[in-house]
Design a protein around this ligand. Sequence first.
Ligand SMILES: Cc1ncc(COP(=O)(O)O)c(C=O)c1O
Length: 396
Amino acid sequence: MLEKAKRRLQPSARSAVPPFMVMDVMAAAARLEAQGRRVIHMEVGQPAVGAPATALAAARAALSAGPLGYTETLGIASLRRRIAKAYGEWHGLDIDPARIVVTTGSSGGFVLAFLAAFEAGDRVAVALPGYPPYRHILTALGCQPVCIETTAQTRWSITSEALIAAHRAQPLKGLIVASPANPTGTMMTASALADLIRCAGDAGIVVISDEIYHGLDYAFAAETAARLTDDAVIINSFSKYFCMTGWRIGWMVVPPSLVRAVERLQGNLAISVPTLSQIAAEAAFDAREELTRVKHGYEENRRILLEGLPRAGLDSFLPVDGAFYLYADVSRFSTDSFAFATRMLAEAGVAATPGVDFDPVRGQHFLRLCYAGSREEMHEAVQRIGAWLAGDRTPA
Ligand SMILES: Cc1ncc(COP(=O)(O)O)c(C=O)c1O
């Protein structure tokens, strides 16, 4: 009987996706903090500040106003209109609100987009290094992620040549692009993105453009796939620029031909997105000044790291164009980024994410540092890393 029950409780093969190693780093950091040590957190990719004041005020008012029922499956109409309007403000584009779908973070958007655009077995190109859930969600849904290694020569992005080479080897159905990207913070130039999208379109490859870090660009302006084609699925979120990670809300701009499919899927999977979060998100668009201040803080943090880390001994990183990440090459010190991150945490008190989370092979040589914390923390991190690399192994 027990044997039979055990057999029944086996997890499915499709659920066997790898965990996020950063969670292990976070758990180790929490153990150190429980012992009274102060840790500088540069491992988690989220803003240190919370939702803007306008969003909080709207949420409080909504809580007092009455019951929060379900909303329309595609999202509250006024929020969808407000998101569409933002494309006019940010990019000078006229997007039909009927193409906007409100989602439970961009994470919820991926599930909907992959289910709506791909069949089980379809091959979808992703960049390495890259955000691991792209690969893992595709795998869990029965699709096949096809990893394309990027290099400094291609500015750490998939090029049309690399895409076509992979497509010729075995046909691709989809391509995921992200600019700015995670873990690198590197961006594609507008012309590189246009070239890639044109090439994908010609080959019949569906483009999913993850634009979650839009608004957080420092080197040059991020281009949206929405300007280049109506056929891409654009995924975005209130998590990063709007500082609302825990509210679990994002959006998609979908090709007109996919709207109804996405509506059917979301209606079945979630009914609708949390109402309180939708109300708060709409009000977050009125927080431009507050959010601009937060962005300036990241810019200052980026400057502190770009100036300070080379002096501290970490002098090789990928182009630090946007988002709030710096992807540092630590191969001078270690060829095991998890061990390096573990030691840096224990001895310098600075938590960072090992690159193996993002690139199973070359990631052994890299660490991702998130600079969404305070200016003081950035200065202290540079000082601690410098002392540690110089040989001071006294725990900070
Ligand atoms: C590139 C990228 N896409 C998507 C997400 C998921 O974000 P959310 O579901 O909070 O919108 C993240 C989170 O870190 C990310 O870095």
